[in-house]
Design a protein around this ligand. Structure first.
Ligand SMILES: Cc1cc2nc3c(=O)[nH]c(=O)nc-3n(C[C@H](O)[C@H](O)[C@H](O)COP(=O)(O)OP(=O)(O)OC[C@H]3O[C@@H](n4cnc5c(N)ncnc54)[C@H](O)[C@@H]3O)c2cc1C
Length: 376
């Protein structure tokens, strides 16, 4: 049988979200084409730089309930996603340790209050454990004697961002997705497809003018001999920091959060702040080797929430994953895939059908009609 001239779906942007959406659609038997301006490794994506912590409870200190609920569900979905990928991915569910220096102890009650008010009850139940100094040392022997108190958030996780991107690229090839790497998409000449799914992150700004970038800077260091066993967050009034240990003594230390779409290299100030804070957590970081200093911008909508925006015709935009892409993408991509398949089948053709879909959806808060087409 001849294949139709155009694919069922064109996915624009092959960062984190675009890869997962395309891979899932192909797994349902659809014909999918993916267009990415950068390489197959994903080096142009915010996802390339991210620490990939899956920490809905720790993030509740600054994120609202929708995000933390998405994060909690996604944390349960990741193992299944990874089990289906053709390459192994480092994934850990060994918790997050939160600590602070004595001089910054006033940060602790603030953090705790925010977490308790923004996190779903099921995450808090047994998920937020107060530790004495001795217990901090028992949980993380490398930090024995260094902190008087801490919290263990035992259910949180993390994964290796670059391994996920590579494994998804292999999964796309395995499922027969037509991948167009090093192919920037121009909005004036979009690739032909029955349905378009725009996952370009900040690259969608020409069609989503309210989208903005929030710059983040990280260091990747090699530090043999420290042996942290889980991500550690340091509370600090000016330089809150995390240290995420990956495989082979690799640590991702981050991250700054600066308004503005500035993709220039990491500043001296930020490098000093990140690395000194890490050194203050464990002096062994003084002998670490700096492998990379990276900056990228988190794609952010005005309300700091992710959104699935339908244009009223044949295009769905998935954006606004901000600082939570890894943490929430399994659930967000699932909703996007379900909606896109319904679009393809012609089940959503007007605002009424959209409203019905939104009402019945598991994550109804994600859905929006693209502003330009929102009925008066
Ligand atoms: C410093 C930092 C630390 C982070 N840490 C974490 C963390 O610990 N946990 C977590 O959950 N999240 C974290 N994030 C957030 C996470 O990286 C993002 O939320 C996620 O990458 C967003 O996914 P996305 O697919 O929407 O965008 P991206 O990953 O940026 O992918 C968009 C893709 O679209 C492509 N593109 C853009 N324009 C075009 C075009 N015109 N044509 C073709 N392709 C195009 C880009 O090249 C890119 O590959 C962090 C982000 C940063 C910057």
């Amino acid at each position: 049988m001849n294949r139709p001239a155009q694919p069922d779906f064109a996915v624009l942007g092959g960062g984190l979200c675009g890869r997962l959406v395309a891979w899932r659609l192909a797994g349902q038997g659809h014909r999918v084409a993916l267009y990415e301006r950068g390489d197959a490794a994903g080096s142009q994506a915010a996802a390339w730089v991210a620490a990939a912590m899956l920490a809905p409870l720790a993030e509740a200190a600054s994120a609202e309930l929708l995000i933390t609920r998405l994060g909690a569900s996604s944390l349960d979905s990741w193992p299944q996603v990874l089990a289906e990928l053709p390459e192994p991915v480092f994934f850990q569910r060994n918790g997050t340790l939160v600590v602070w220096h004595h001089a910054d102890r006033t940060e602790a009650p603030l953090f705790e209050r925010r977490v308790r008010s923004n996190a779903p009850a099921e995450l808090l139940d047994g998920g937020f454990v107060t530790l004495s100094g001795d217990q901090v040392g028992a949980a993380e022997p490398a930090l024995a004697g260094r902190f008087n108190q801490g919290w263990l958030l035992p259910r949180e996780g993390q994964l290796d961002n670059r391994q996920v991107l590579a494994a998804l690229a292999a999964g796309l090839a395995q499922r027969g997705v037509e991948t167009h790497w090093n192919t920037p998409v121009d909005d004036r000449a979009l690739p032909a497809a029955r349905v378009t799914i725009d996952c370009r992150g900040l690259g969608a700004k020409p069609v989503l003018p309210t989208l903005r970038g929030i710059r983040g800077e990280v260091a990747r260091v090699h530090a043999p001999g420290i042996t942290l066993t889980r991500p550690v967050r340091l509370l600090h009034p000016r330089y809150p920091l995390y240290i995420a240990p990956k495989q082979d003594d690799l640590y991702v230390i981050g991250a700054t959060e600066v308004e503005g779409e500035d993709m220039s290299p990491v500043s001296v100030r930020s490098a000093l702040e990140l690395l000194s804070a890490a050194f203050s957590v464990h002096p062994g970081f003084g002998e670490a080797r700096i492998l990379e200093l990276n900056s990228q911008c988190r794609p952010t909508l005005p309300d700091h929430r992710p959104a699935l925006l339908w244009d009223g015709a044949r295009t769905l935009r998935v954006n606004g994953l901000y600082r939570h892409g890894y943490m929430i993408v399994p659930e967000v991509a699932d909703e996007a895939v379900r909606f896109a398949a319904a679009l393809l089948e012609g089940r959503i053709g007007d605002a009424d059908a959209f409203a019905d879909w939104r009402q019945a959806a598991r994550w109804s808060e994600l859905f929006q009609l693209d502003c330009a087409r929102e009925p008066a």
